[in-house]
Design a protein around this ligand. Structure first.
Ligand code: PLP
Length: 565
């Protein structure tokens, strides 16, 4: 009898575990970003190939007349770039061989099949020499409206940050770069961060990536559980555990990547006992389950961002409920959106409180920063009763006096009337600007649409096309500066006046008209996104076959043979 009972219990246990495992599988997003191992495996199989000149202009099988129009326009653009950006291009050429970061960003601006031609002909240079108001100026003296937003750091305009750095430096200059002890300005910083986050304790780091690392480490330490949950497509810095797919050469063993805004993910959180924390990057509200659609990934026009504030707020509220019920630490990663959506960040904007919140970027007043704010019991790095059981986090440059000084100036300015005024009807303002621009795009039947989360904008492409990524080069020609991810992220600073914005809108429209005139958005009846994908798959298979059948194929890793002996 006892044997039967034990056997029955064992069977039930096995069945339960199978069910839990099945629920985890069902909570993974169907795309490759939801399946990290598979994505990495497939990424290693994709061979390099590039289009020759003929194919470059007719990758979509456009008629010869359209291809010729594109080619003429491309060469005209190349001539314009050569004439406008000679010094920038030369200076870039001088450093790029030795600057790996630059090589990487230069390579991942457009789909790789087109890359070689673009790098040869559309050289604009990577150098800027000054900034003022909403503009930046390059080495050749060209001025651009800045839509790069310095990766989100630039919330109030570059002059604002220059002032923060100047004022902050003055505040701390007598102490200078002494590390280990604190400059007294820190007391105000900590007080304000507690008020802003609504949380009890603060820890200081040097980048957003580090802040996220520390938040996750604390969650693991206090819960005694191993796994962090992140949502498909979300960026949380370049630390391995939050980047389990392509880009990270090793597996992230302690990470579950689940479907965003999906009940299946909540089911996993309710069932499992090994989850320490859930990481949320609120910018994903614009494109849940997908990465920011960087221009290098604009293979077709399938990606479509949308933003529904109420739906995302309801999702966060549900997450909050489940995390509370299961003692899972809810972490808002506000490194990007913090201070941008509201003075109290995404917590205020979506009306949901987190247990830990990470901040970074703009908070440093123009200098590098990462911050974790959290509930007292989660922030402790030691246990009163077990003195050897600690959770270590330091960092040579944490709370650097100059960073603390600039942060101090930033936080003080946040309380000033002119800055408070910027937040009044902030969403209404950007909503109205986006709506007006979208109306003009529609009325001119230009195949673009703006989707936005307040001042963070992205472009949806409405016409199936292989050439949407070319738009970034037309925007630059019109004097708009983008970051290397291109039209996926147009980041406005809040000092954009109506006149500045009107100028940007005119330029964007002019660039779109030129794109259409030059034939990049030609669309034959057979040119659907599905047809584009099929064609790409065929090309990839052919390239793969060609590489493997001539015997030169080897795994990318085994090609490396330059290790020092
Ligand atoms: C949401 C989020 N978390 C973390 C990071 C990483 O911050 P950092 O680049 O300062 O390491 C970023 C950077 O873009 C981010 O957007």
């Amino acid at each position: 009898m006892l044997y039967y009972l034990i056997a029955a219990l064992l069977v039930m246990l096995v069945l339960w575990q199978a069910y839990v495992r099945l629920a985890l599988s069902l909570a993974k997003h169907g795309s490759l970003s939801g399946h990290a191992r598979l994505a990495r495996f497939i990424a290693r199989l994709i061979p390099y190939y590039e289009y020759d000149e003929r194919r470059y202009f007719s990758a979509d099988d456009a008629p010869a007349e359209v291809a010729a129009r594109r080619q003429a326009a491309f060469m005209q653009l190349a001539a314009l770039y050569a004439q406008r950006y000679p010094k920038g291009a030369a200076a870039t050429r001088e450093v790029e061989d030795a600057l790996s970061d630059l090589q990487f960003t230069a390579r991942y601006r457009v789909p790789f099949q087109f890359g070689a031609q673009v790098r040869r002909h559309l050289r604009a240079g990577a150098f800027l020499v000054s900034s003022a108001g909403t503009t930046v100026t390059d080495l050749d003296g060209n001025s651009f409206y800045d839509l790069s937003g310095s990766y989100g750091v630039n919330l109030f305009g570059y002059d604002f940050y220059k002032e923060c750095i100047d004022e902050g430096s003055r505040l701390v200059q007598e102490l200078g770069p002494v590390l280990g002890a604190y400059h007294p300005v820190i007391a105000y910083n900590v007080r304000r961060l507690r008020e802003i986050s609504g949380l009890e304790e603060v820890s200081l780091h040097m980048s957003g990536t580090e802040a996220v690392m520390q938040a996750v480490r604390l969650a693991r330490y206090h819960t005694g559980r191993r796994y962090l949950v992140r949502f498909c497509g979300a960026y949380h810095g370049w630390w391995g555990d939050v980047q389990p797919g392509v880009g990270n050469p090793v597996s992230a063993e302690g990470t579950y990547t689940l479907k965003d805004m999906d009940a299946a993910a909540l089911r996993v959180l309710r069932m499992r006992r090994d989850i320490a924390c859930v990481l949320v990057n609120p910018v994903q509200a614009m494109h849940p389950n997908a990465s920011a659609p960087a221009d290098s990934g604009l293979l077709d026009s399938r990606h479509a961002a949308r933003f529904d504030r109420a739906a995302y707020a309801a999702w966060l509220a549900e997450l909050r409920r489940v995390c509370s019920a299961r003692n899972i630490v809810l972490i808002f990663d506000e490194v990007f959106v913090g201070f941008r959506l509201a003075p109290g960040g995404a917590q205020e904007y979506f009306g949901v409180r987190a247990d830990l919140v990470t901040y970074g970027k703009t908070l440093g007043g123009g200098l590098p920063i990462g911050v974790v704010c959290g509930r007292r019991e989660l922030m402790k790095r030691y246990r009163e009763r077990w003195p050897a059981d600690v959770c270590l986090a330091r960092g040579t440059f944490n709370s650097h006096p100059y960073v603390m000084g600039a942060m101090h100036a930033f936080l003080r300015r946040l309380e000033s009337e002119p800055v408070r005024a910027l937040y009044r009807d902030l969403d209404g303002l950007w909503e109205q600007r986006a709506r007006q621009l979208n109306e003009r795009l529609r009325s001119e039947q230009l195949p673009l649409e703006i989707v936005h989360l307040s001042s963070i904008w992205t472009v949806n492409y409405l016409q199936p096309s292989r050439y949407n990524w070319m738009f970034q080069y037309y925007l630059r020609a019109e004097g708009l500066a983008l970051s290397w991810v291109g039209t996926a992220r147009l980041i406005f600073s809040l000092n954009y006046s109506d006149a500045d914005f009107a100028a940007v809108a005119e330029r964007l429209l002019a660039a779109a008209r030129a794109m259409r005139r030059d034939g990049w958005w030609w669309g034959g009846a057979a040119l659907t996104d599905q047809a584009i994908r099929r064609r790409l798959l065929r090309e990839l298979l052919q390239a793969w076959w060609a590489t493997s059948s001539i015997g030169s194929r080897s795994s990318p890793r085994s090609r490396y043979s330059g290790a020092r002996q």
